[in-house]
Design a protein around this ligand. Sequence first.
Ligand SMILES: Cc1ncc(COP(=O)(O)O)c(C=O)c1O
Length: 378
Amino acid sequence: MKLFDVYPLYDVEPVKAEDCNVWDKDGKEYLDLYGGHAVISIGHGHPHYVHKLKAQLDNIGFYSNAVQNSLQKELADKLGKLSGCDEYELFLCSSGAEANENALKLASFHNGKHRVVAFTNGFHGRTSAAVVATDNKAIIAPINAQQEVAILPLGNLDMVEAELKKGDVCAVIIEPIQGVGGLDEAETSFFKGLETLCKAHNTCLILDEVQSGFGRSGKFFAYQHHGITPDIISMAKGMGNGFPIGGILIAPHIKSKYGLLGTTFGGNHLACAACIAVLEVLEKESLIEKAALTGEYFFAKANEIPGVVAVKGRGLMLGVEFDYEVGPLRKQLIYDKHMFTGGAKNKNLLRILPPLTIKVEQIDAFIEAVKELVTEKV
Ligand SMILES: Cc1ncc(COP(=O)(O)O)c(C=O)c1O
């Protein structure tokens, strides 16, 4: 059977990984500055994580959501404490798109409205409602197009107000730092304005923390840099350090009811064990604080690279923007320097999303490699 061809692939196959390094099938070592798309939070194969998952598998790997599962409660307690979001309630699922789909659906159940406001260059996943809130017409199928979403420019509160005044907007969904779009971020005044407008018009404010959450931005959630209180927070990537798990945090004024949401795989025993291990390591190794500090170091260093026009992002959710397209540079980084980086919708931007355990020496190695490549280019 052939595979359905949906991604252009680099000709490299990682078969082994440890912390911030991966090895291909020929034993060649790579530095992972991409974290498998911001997924690897506590480092590849962290011993505590491996131990927890193995031990869980020895006991029970899966049972359905029709019975008690105290691991879900343990996860919720630890997540509430570490994130500072103790008052929220948790619903678990298995991916980022699914988290946003549930967030949008819950908002609509809550206030009975149906339209959504989202923003230019945003990305929220590929499921029915999430994909229409994503600013990329090429990935919206005709079957999705019945969803009504107004995509507005990031930063324009007047336009948001005009939409909310129509009275039919169930949710405003926004990434605190845009990932796929290219690391752009609205100002604190915009986030605060959204919060006020959403309250005034009975609209739910959804913060999509699928990529920025779990410490990547230098705070547990990136919206916490702006001092706001969202109605729903969606999360996924860094949650399971590679084990598929997603979820939403739901503010207490949104009431649960049997049948509103559901899932077969969400919150299964292995997924919970993975996420609990991630939370324990984030706390024990102070990885959130480290992400903030390493990010500051990266900012200073990356600004020294010739041809860099901007360094964007926060913590270890970073973008380096050049005055030319970076596709060829990414290829050279992977094939010549053995370093994984990411791309973005902004073709001039190199995305850096390493495990939060990355060391300054590894940042130095990356900066030197890029300097060498761009100097050769000139
Ligand atoms: C901000 C954001 N939301 C949602 C998603 C979708 O997540 P998933 O691919 O797990 O469905 C992504 C994936 O890149 C993302 O970056």
